[in-house]
Design a binder for this molecule. Sequence first.
Ligand SMILES: NC(=O)c1ccc[n+]([C@@H]2O[C@H](COP(=O)([O-])OP(=O)(O)OC[C@H]3O[C@@H](n4cnc5c(N)ncnc54)[C@H](OP(=O)(O)O)[C@@H]3O)[C@@H](O)[C@H]2O)c1
Length: 262
Amino acid sequence: MDLLLKKKKILVTGGSKGIGLACATVLASEGADIIISSRTAHNLEIAGKRAGGHKGELHLFQADVSVKEDVEALGEFVKSRFGYLDGLIINSGGPPLGSAMSHTDEEWITAVNTLLLSAVRLTRVFVPNMQERKFGRIINISSTGVKQPIQGLVLSNSIRQAAGAYLKTLSAEVAKDNVFINSLLPGSTDTERLLSLHEAIAGNTGKSVDEVISIRKSSIPAGKFGDPSDLAGLAAFLLSERNGYITGQSISVDGGLVSFPL
Ligand SMILES: NC(=O)c1ccc[n+]([C@@H]2O[C@H](COP(=O)([O-])OP(=O)(O)OC[C@H]3O[C@@H](n4cnc5c(N)ncnc54)[C@H](OP(=O)(O)O)[C@@H]3O)[C@@H](O)[C@H]2O)c1
């Protein structure tokens, strides 16, 4: 199926590694014009080499989505390169591990800026123009923790709920303008983030990383971790015109991990 993504203008924040980079790479291979942003020039440079080489335009921009001024600068960069956006993937890094009462106020505030206010600010910058143009597709990369809280990830479990509720509310307000907003909820997906979580769990429990990995895999019905490309294909469909009627949804990509989807 041709996803009709050729020359579509798409921004992927947190796009220099892992799930974000997999999405940017698939979109570029479909002929979309892409901007990848993340915090560090080094990661962006490597991402540019991995996602580049296709026919569409590829631009890189350094921005921390937890910082208001960076999101505004990203808006200006998009305007200068593309003039408008057809699609936006809201993604960034996950917060640190911690039990329910272990985090300081500063850690909560950082996580709110990264996972919630990033979505509020990015949509404020880009959605009004999508509404005017009567086309826009947005995806938020979230976590299965919003359906079934993950032990030791209280910041992610809590704040992603709020981001999901914000985006669900917004999706109902803008659907009539053909602006569709969905969340993808990765289960354990094979990226640097997953490896660092397993190393942290191993450090906390005295188990080896291999033991942690084997226990985690055995709890997944599919018996394996996901590949970032498993999310990327779905993201490409949801961002395309082929998605004519799916909005306001939270879709797990988790090998069957969440037992009772809410
Ligand atoms: N992998 C999993 O199993 C899994 C499961 C559930 C949920 N998730 C969530 O899905 C998202 C992506 O996961 P991943 O595994 O692909 O993570 P990853 O491998 O750590 O990649 C994160 C990407 O986001 C960028 N980034 C981090 N903080 C940022 C910020 N404040 N502003 C802009 N860019 C930022 C990073 O680049 P820079 O360092 O250059 O900024 C990198 O490109 C995360 O929120 C993660 O918590 C992942």
